[in-house]
Ligand binder design. Structure first.
Ligand code: DX5
Ligand code: ZN
Length: 214
């Protein structure tokens, strides 16, 4: 299992401290939740902050844009050196064009689905993206309860990916804990995003190690 700790639950009065153990851990990415107060009912952090995070972080960046018109910020995300650029299907009228622009910019395109958005909306884009992020809570806040229906969606998405013979990864975001990580792996998840479980732990490096074993 790959693990992508979410910066949203970090200690913002000591980001250097959090980046120290994160770099030392065996996590695979750092997940960055950008919010605009329009697409989601909250505002997190923006590029002036993320520039410093990117400088401190030695892990590949998994950028999750919970904003309207994410295509406006492709250059900013690229300037961070991002590995994945995740855009919401619900936020892009011309999704195919945006995915192409992300790839042209040299990043790995990923698309995100809200809990009530069906897997069928991916049928005409699945072969063009490197990862699908399934929201397992309504986006906007850390520490929410995992939505059980996500397991069905993971299985549906795994089926679609296998039928098409593509290598697209499945990432899960929201309410992921050490209690549901194994079940998520069994359903077909490849990458787990986790905020409060990892950053709230006494020993986050050990939690990451255990989650990766799932
Ligand atoms: C929610 C964000 C998540 C969030 C997950 O809108 O997209 O990445 O940080 O937090 P936890 O793991 O606490 O549910
Ligand atoms: Zn996220």
């Amino acid at each position: 299992m790959q693990v992508s700790p979410s910066l949203l639950s970090a200690n913002f009065s000591n980001l250097e401290g959090d980046m120290e153990w994160l770099n030392r851990s065996d996590c695979d990415y750092l997940h960055l939740d950008v919010m605009d107060g329009v697409f989601v009912p909250n505002i997190s952090f923006g590029f002036p902050v993320l520039k410093h995070v990117a400088r401190l972080c030695q892990k590949p960046l998994d950028v999750h844009l919970m904003i309207v018109q994410p295509e406006k910020f492709i250059n900013e995300v690229k300037a961070l050196g991002a590995y994945y650029m995740n855009v919401h299907v619900e936020a892009c009228t011309h999704l195919h064009r945006v995915v192409g622009q992300i790839r042209e910019a040299g990043m790995h395109p990923a698309v995100t689905l809200n809990p009530a958005t069906p897997i069928s909306l991916l049928e005409d884009i699945i072969e063009d993206v490197d990862m699908v992020l399934l929201m397992s809570v309504n986006p906007g806040f850390g520490g929410q309860k995992f939505i059980q229906h996500t397991y069905d969606k993971i299985r549906q998405l795994r089926k679609l990916i296998d039928e098409r013979g593509c290598q697209t990864k499945i990432e899960i975001d929201g309410g992921v804990t050490l209690d549901n990580a194994a079940q998520l792996a069994e359903a077909g998840a490849d990458v787990l995003v986790s905020g409060s479980t990892i950053f709230g732990a006494q020993d986050p490096v050990e939690v990451i190690r255990q989650m990766k074993l799932c």
